[in-house]
Design a protein around this ligand. Structure first.
Ligand code: FAD
Length: 409
């Protein structure tokens, strides 16, 4: 079912995806309620980094979504700045650009091929010779085979960005209910008419599953499972430093790690400074369910890779480490669209390591799909009924399905 203006929409999850979707829907006149079992923006959105990247995406639907999002971010932030200046300032938008460094000849060749394909798809990727790299990043390694500058890459403070988007949604009439966990479905025929929650049933015309890495668990509770799994990532945070890193800088291996589906640990160097002077050192990828223990070996591997790009960080004090769970779909594409099995249920999720950057484009696509408008990019690749999403669907790993006696209706 498509929504008509005034339709009641319940967004399930108040991370950055739920916040962005609530905002777009509320702004065009839907009656929106956002529910979250915790607080707003406190899950994956507060446990990642804030890169808004085009540089790590090859030609295809995800790049198109990234380019749409990159176009929407500045205009979204301008609207937020007008309506909520204080909240918008906290977003720390920084169009600093990205630099990708290949440290081997093979890596340089692969990077060059990747960039050529990206340029053909409309991405700016400028070659940096050693002098230009030294000028752009004086503390980066001189021991490299190639470097590229992506001027369109940017950065936000992710939790603040989610807060700002949600603030705008609330100002447009949306409501937020925290401490409200979705437990199961109430259906009539093959239509979802309400969700059962810890605070009672919540009825609506449409429901948007924006539960991040728990989207698979939630969808299973609603009787329409989708294959979204957690993919763990860990980040080290240095104590504030004098200016050392001026762009988002990462090694060329990162693109391979993003696109890989391996369960075993993968690390690649992703280094960036925050406005407060701390440097974030990422990142790792592991498929370990929802095991949230920090592993010294993983953190050591992340640090070692970062030092290859920035040897000067060897003496930096690490202030803390944290990790989160990327919402992973086996074909590495987000899920944005109506569920073909349960009318009234929509999905917006599965963005893996790019949900911050892709949030605003995702929300715009969802808004247009829900309201039957033409979409700004082709949304076919994100549809729910693709093999990677619908099957084989594993049972959620953490036993978080309905308790016995609460069978999904
Ligand atoms: C280490 C790391 C680094 C990252 N770096 C970047 C980056 O640089 N750039 C980028 O774009 N992305 C990055 N990401 C990915 C990004 O953080 C995620 O893609 C994004 O935050 C997902 O947002 P979300 O709203 O879908 O999920 P979440 O933020 O997890 O929100 C989902 C919400 O649903 C709620 N929920 C779940 N189940 C239920 C239920 N049953 N009932 C009610 N509520 C429920 C949760 O409480 C949660 O608040 C990174 C991730 C990690 C882990």
């Amino acid at each position: 079912m498509k929504g008509t203006l005034g339709s009641r929409v319940v967004v399930l999850g108040a991370g950055i995806i739920g916040a962005a979707c609530a905002r777009e829907l509320a702004l065009v006149g839907f009656d929106v309620l956002v529910v979250d079992r915790g607080g707003a923006g406190g899950a994956t959105t507060a446990h990642g980094e804030g890169n808004v990247l085009v540089s790590d995406k090859g030609p295809g639907p995800e790049l198109e979504l990234a380019l749409l999002s990159r176009r929407l971010w500045p205009e979204t932030l301008a609207a937020l700045a007008e309506r909520h200046p204080h909240t918008a300032r906290a977003v720390e938008w920084d169009a600093k650009g990205g630099i990708v460094i290949a440290t081997t000849d093979a890596g340089a060749r692969a990077l060059s091929r990747f960039a050529a394909a990206q340029r053909a798809a409309g991405v700016r990727a400028d070659v940096l010779d050693p002098g230009a790299l030294a000028a752009a990043e004086p503390f980066a390694t001189r021991d490299h085979a190639a470097a590229l500058h992506y001027p369109e890459d940017a950065q936000v403070q992710p939790a603040a960005a989610a807060t700002a988007l949600l603030t705008d949604a609330l100002a447009a009439g949306a409501e937020l209910r925290t401490g409200c966990e979705v437990l199961g479905a109430v259906t009539r025929g093959a239509r979802l008419t309400a969700v059962r929650t810890t605070t009672g049933p919540v009825e609506a015309d449409l429901f948007v599953n924006a539960a991040g890495p728990w989207a698979g668990v939630l969808a299973a509770r609603l009787g329409a499972p989708v294959d979204v799994r957690p993919r763990r990532g860990d980040v080290l945070v240095t104590a504030p430093l004098p200016p050392t890193v001026f762009h988002k800088v990462y090694d060329a291996d990162y693109v391979g790690a993003v696109g890989s589906s391996a369960e075993a640990l993968q690390t690649s160097a992703v280094v960036e400074a925050t406005r407060g002077g701390s440097v974030l050192l990422g990142s790792s990828r592991r498929r370990v369910g929802f095991d949230d223990r920090l592993r010294p070996a993983v953190l050591a591997a992340v640090a070692a890779k970062a030092l290859r790009l920035f040897p000067t960080l060897a003496g930096a004090v690490v202030m803390r480490a944290y990790g989160g769970f990327r919402p992973y779909v086996p074909d590495h594409l987000p899920i944005i669209g109506a569920d073909p099995r349960l009318a009234g249920l929509w999905h917006a999720g599965g963005h893996e390591g790019a949900g911050i950057g892709l949030s605003v484009g995702t929300a715009r696509l969802l808004r247009d799909l829900v309201s039957g408008r033409p979409t700004e990019i082709d949304a076919t690749a994100f549809r729910v009924d693709r093999p990677a999403v619908l099957g084989p669907v594993r049972r959620p790993p953490d036993g978080m399905l309905d308790a016995p006696g609460e069978g999904v209706e």
